[in-house]
Design a protein around this ligand. Structure first.
Ligand code: AMP
Length: 222
């Protein structure tokens, strides 16, 4: 198979589902290397808008800092626009969207997906991971004070950007995000399972193991 055929065969429209801290962002960033599709993270888009102090950024900052969800209408419009772009026609990994049944139903109307990967992680592991998470201000890559330390303290391995603690990784916000996940997002697991689209992957092991299991369960060449 030529390189191009491999990319083409691998191209898929995927949703990465799972609680905060399951590693969706890190896994998506690695998976897009072989899939050659864009990694679309609504959280990253919102954080970039906050950094740029755009109208959207100013409107969503307090909501995101508190760990609540941005309203469906705003989020759906943002994703609909992003998926209309040329680079998303062949496939994509959606990371952090949909997060509600209303968002899932809207997505089915404008871009039905091929598969939904459910990265499963216990609440205890979520709390442990988010407690030590450090994020790059520039590219959004994640590190951890215990597992996955950067080579140089406070500096991103990928782009040299500054590492910081996201406001919503602070204790009160993490508890809120987990509650919001269980109440509003976890019902999507049953929703997509019923449609025959769900693939379960244990997000507990180290990210390269999880990535290997993800590839195997979707039959993706590495
Ligand atoms: P994430 O980086 O995916 O953890 O997202 C960070 C924050 O952005 C979330 O806690 C929400 O406040 C907001 N956000 C991201 N994606 C969505 C979405 N699909 N619907 C509503 N809010 C979202």
């Amino acid at each position: 198979m030529s390189g191009w055929d491999k990319w083409y065969t691998n191209a898929m429209k995927l949703i990465f589902l799972g609680p905060p801290g399951a590693g969706k962002g890190t896994l998506a960033a690695k998976a897009v290397d072989s899939l050659k599709v864009p990694h679309i993270s609504t959280g990253n888009i919102f954080r970039a808008a906050i950094t740029a102090q755009s109208v959207l950024g100013r409107r969503v900052k307090a909501i995101i800092d508190s760990g609540k969800l941005v309203d469906d209408e705003t989020t759906i419009a943002l994703v609909r626009d992003r998926l209309a772009r040329d680079d998303a026609q062949r496939g994509y990994i959606l990371d952090g969207f949909p997060r509600t049944i209303a968002q899932a139903e809207a997505l089915a109307g404008f871009s039905p997906v091929d598969r939904v990967v459910n990265f499963d992680l216990s609440d205890a592991a979520v709390l442990e991971r988010l407690g030590g998470r450090r994020t790059c201000r520039n590219c959004g890559a994640n590190f951890h004070v215990l597992f996955g330390r950067p080579k140089q303290e406070g500096i991103c391995d990928s782009c040299g950007g500054e590492l910081y603690i996201r406001n919503d990784d602070r204790e009160e916000a993490v508890a809120k995000r987990l509650e919001v996940y269980r109440e509003q997002t976890a019902p999507l697991i049953g929703y997509y399972r019923e449609k025959g689209l769900l693939v379960d992957v244990d997000a507990g092991p180290a990210s390269d193991t999880v990535l290997g299991n993800f590839r195997k369960s979707l039959g993706i060449a590495g």
